[in-house]
Design a protein around this ligand. Sequence first.
Ligand code: CA
Ligand code: CA
Length: 390
Amino acid sequence: MKSKPKSKPGSESRPRSRLPTLLVIVASAIAGLSFALLMHRQDSPKPTAEANAAPATQADGFEPTVPNMAPAPGPAPEGMVWIPGGEFSMGAADPLGRDANIVGMQATTDSRPIHRVAVDGFWMDATEVTNRQFARFVQATGHVTVAERAPSAKDFPDAPPENLVAGSVVFSPPDHEVPLDSFYRWWSYVRGADWRHPLGPDSNIEGHQDYPVVHIAYEDAEAYARWAGKRLPTEAEWEFAARGGLSGALYPWGNEFLVDGKYMANTHQGHFPNEDTHADAHGGIAPVAQFPANGYGLYDVAGNVWEWTSDWYRPDYYRDLAAAGVARDPHGPDSSHDPDEPGIPKRVHRGGSFLCTEQYCSRYMIGTRGKGEPSSGTNHLGFRLVQDPR
Ligand SMILES: [Ca+2]
Ligand SMILES: [Ca+2]
């Protein structure tokens, strides 16, 4: 049974769901929809020589993190770690000492101003939810993900029937350098792509049980959470946890991208999008927990796959919170608004992915934000969950 696109606060009546993705493979008669919502789009990047310079700190505007002192309320649920909560400075400043045109930071005005936030303690999955875990959920519930369902003619009356096919969006890099002005050059809507077939119908997850599950729409993550007795983190919870007790650091581990010459997260090296040099030992997606955990024991909060949070996206939300002094357990704005694509509701994504690079997307920098339309999954988007203490 297919669910209708939900009526979202702030959305307009036009249903959109995964339809934008269909534009990628078909010369569709459907007008007015775009693909940008899938791509955490940046402004046109302008690579500079400074792009590889050691990043400065982003301490400007940050105050120390003050964690709650109460100990964990009991033994950790399987696969989870205790996040103490507390008061912290949230957001991402302009990196001091770096050129204003440094790619990836220029489009982060939505993560300012830096503001004080307080969150309560909670349990959090130490890793991104894996294929093994998601398979258990599907086996127990029979859940069929959004990517496995064909969009219905009822929801998309203008779509030619041949376009209403189940599938999802897959990174499909060109074999040569391309201008970075359009993500259509490296993303494709692939029929039959879903969590069991991450790259399309001829692919599978055999031997990939410990990889993050991907092609997950927001409602898929919510369904898994209901089954598991957990919930998606708020954006504030996610960032508090990802910072691992540090304040104002560029990355979950500190301010230097490499530590003793070693990579600390699965990101993209080489010329984007056509060349991935695997310098961090992982071309494309990696099994979870291949890099050191942060100060709270969380793996891959930076990179590997993007992660859903429960907040609606608005670029001006932090401004509103800052005006309130210390924001207590913020749950996001009541409605979504993205000036890049007005009328398309979006939830906040966090952490960047194996495709993030300083040439194009540097959202592994910990205070920065991503966004995505709730019914749209890709092969670099997953999730992890939290649980309130009982
Ligand atoms: Ca990599
Ligand atoms: Ca991640």
